[in-house]
Design a protein around this ligand. Structure first.
Ligand code: SAM
Length: 231
């Protein structure tokens, strides 16, 4: 999968592409992440990517550099006919979007290429939405820019690409995979300040351990997120 991120702060993304799980996915050749500075697609002399919103109310990303960026990335005109049946999807990070969840992230795995727009200021010129396939929100709150939401989206997606996380079985048991929350985990030491690891986990009996984990997952989900069980 190729993920192109369009941003005015490409350096903010260096930490996620250079560390941990996403880096592992890149190193294994399972994902390629390209960072694009929107300013590179804005016109001289000032390379302005933003302008005041008509009617007042702050600055927004201008439509021209965003179209130029996406067409530059794809190497073709995108509007409108080239987008039909495309294996490339354009995603806009926006508080007005559909709220991200595990199922949505998994759905994006089927595409060959994603272009992720991470705006700033008050958002984008509405005409940018003509070329957007999906608007994604990461929750009902407003952040200063789309960079963190884009990182959240990309991380949630990349770790689901088969082979990125070494232990694929562990992914299947994670929270939200089965409309339930993860079971409790313990590690060494067996006892810490009088608090013991549940005996069943030390028993070596995998049938019993699995049953305990399923029961705990259910119990925790009932307590913390009963809405998941109703799904
Ligand atoms: N004026 C916008 C509104 O009220 O909906 C908020 C703009 S916000 C300051 C700037 C940018 O941050 C947004 O265009 C979006 O890209 C990003 N952003 C902020 N909160 C977000 C969220 N919860 N989910 C996704 N993107 C978000």
């Amino acid at each position: 999968m190729i993920i192109d991120i369009v941003t005015i702060f490409p350096k903010m993304f260096l930490s996620i592409v250079g560390e941990s799980i996403i880096k592992r996915g890149i190193d294994k050749g399972l994902v390629k992440i390209n960072l694009h500075d929107l300013r590179d697609y804005a016109k001289e002399p000032h390379k302005k990517v933003d302008a005041p919103s008509y009617g007042g109310g702050g600055m927004v990303f201008r439509v021209e550099p965003v179209f130029e960026a996406i067409e530059g990335i794809l190497g073709c005109s995108i509007y409108p006919e080239n987008k039909k049946n495309s294996q490339t999807k354009v995603v806009l990070m926006s508080p007005k979007g559909r709220q991200l969840n595990q199922k949505m992230s998994r759905c994006f795995l089927k595409y060959e290429r994603l272009i992720v727009l991470a705006p700033r200021y008050e958002g984008v010129d509405e005409r940018i939405r003509y070329i957007v396939d999906e608007e994604i929100s990461i929750g009902d709150y407003v952040l200063s820019g789309g960079e963190l939401p884009a990182m959240v989206f990309v991380d949630s997606l990349v770790r689901l690409i088969p082979g990125v996380v070494s232990d694929q079985e562990s992914i299947k048991c994670e929270s939200f995979e089965k409309n339930a929350l993860d079971f409790p985990h313990y590690t060494r030491p067996e006892e810490f300040r009088g608090i013991k690891v549940p005996e069943v986990l030390l028993s070596g009996d995998h049938a019993k351990i699995n049953k305990w984990r399923e029961d705990k997952s259910l119990e925790i989900t009932k307590e913390k997120r009963p809405d998941l069980l109703r799904k």
